[in-house]
Design a binder for this molecule. Structure first.
Ligand code: NAP
Length: 290
């Protein structure tokens, strides 16, 4: 059944998600801080609003896909989106915000008395465009049948993980692996270059064996070619690395690998590469002097 859905944030991920929801027959309303990024969606029958509160008024579901916890909090509170939500509406929080901010956002929803599902996503720009994300959903059992039709057009799979907060916990776990993989690949490429070994042969050696992962080709070739069109920006990857380090510390763990990745990626951002794909972390690996 068609639903009225507001999407707040039409960046790399939010725009294709809104598009897929509209193509599935839902009535979609969007808002983006920089209106120009939302404007092209109007050609696809999506209503573009000037204010977040206007986009959510009348929506049965409000999906937030913004940079981080601070951005989500300010749009939902300062910009009045939470107050503008209908009493029966459900907030689907799909941005990656980390455990501390997620708990605060959940509390905001509870105080306002609206349904809330913590549902960060795994997958990047291309799976978002193809409607093939993996949704890491968590929240009240009784909301499941209501929200699943909203996830259908954007996801290849929805994995339900328990009480709200568990989606964000799993997202940080998944990203610990992702960040290790990308930084490990970047440093392998940089070492190959430094040793005079052909990094393209690294891909050939790994291909098809137990050490291969599709990212070896997807990100590895971009690293070798120094081509970094953003699917997942280095700035967002650095943010996620910080969120992993913070969550680990709060849980009593000091994990050296995420800490090192966070530092390395922060260097890349400081050097002006934050808007490039996270695979641009190879630049920092290449520049690191012994
Ligand atoms: P993005 O393209 O950089 O878009 C970020 C969005 O947040 C834009 O709409 C931006 O508005 C908005 N925003 C930032 N700060 C704001 C503020 N203070 N107030 C209002 N709006 C603000 O990022 P993305 O790649 O779509 O990622 C969005 C979220 O999904 C992040 O939490 C990210 O970690 C997560 N995620 C990303 C990927 C990926 O591969 N890209 C995959 C999984 C999860 P403007 O356009 O005005 O700047």
């Amino acid at each position: 059944m068609a639903a009225v859905i507001a999407v707040l944030g039409t960046g790399t991920m939010g725009a294709p998600m809104a598009r897929n929801l509209a193509q599935a027959g839902h009535e979609v309303h969007v808002w983006n801080r920089s209106r120009d990024k939302a404007e092209p969606l109007a050609d696809e029958g999506i209503a573009v609003h000037d204010a977040a509160a206007d986009a959510v008024g009348g929506a049965e579901f409000v999906l937030t896909m913004l940079t981080d916890g601070d951005a989500v909090r300010s749009v939902m509170t300062d910009d009045g989106a939470l107050d503008a939500m209908g009493d029966d509406a459900v907030w689907l929080q799909v941005s990656t915000v980390g455990v501390t901010a997620e708990a605060q956002l959940r509390e905001l929803a509870a105080r306002r008395g609206v349904g809330y599902v913590d549902a960060p996503v795994s997958g990047t720009k291309e799976p978002a465009e193809q409607g093939k994300l993996v949704v890491l959903a968590s929240g009240p059992e009784e909301l499941r049948p209501r929200v699943e039709p909203v996830f259908d057009p954007i996801a290849a799979r929805v994995v339900w993980l328990g009480e709200a907060g568990q989606g964000t916990a799993m997202k940080l776990v998944v990203n610990t692996w992702l960040l290790a993989l990308v930084e490990g690949l970047a440093e392998s490429v940089a070492l190959a270059e430094a040793l005079g070994a052909d990094p393209a042969k690294l891909i050939e050696v790994l291909d098809g064996g137990p050490l291969f992962a599709p990212y070896v080709k997807v990100k590895g070739q971009g690293m070798i070619d120094s081509s970094f069109p953003p699917s997942f920006s280095l700035a967002l990857a650095a943010k996620d690395a910080r969120l992993v380090v913070e969550a680990a510390r709060e849980a009593g763990l000091d994990l050296p690998l995420p800490r090192a990745v966070a530092e390395q990626m922060a260097r890349g951002v400081d050097a002006g590469h934050g808007d490039e794909d996270m695979s641009a972390t190879v630049r920092t690996a290449r520049d690191t002097q012994a």
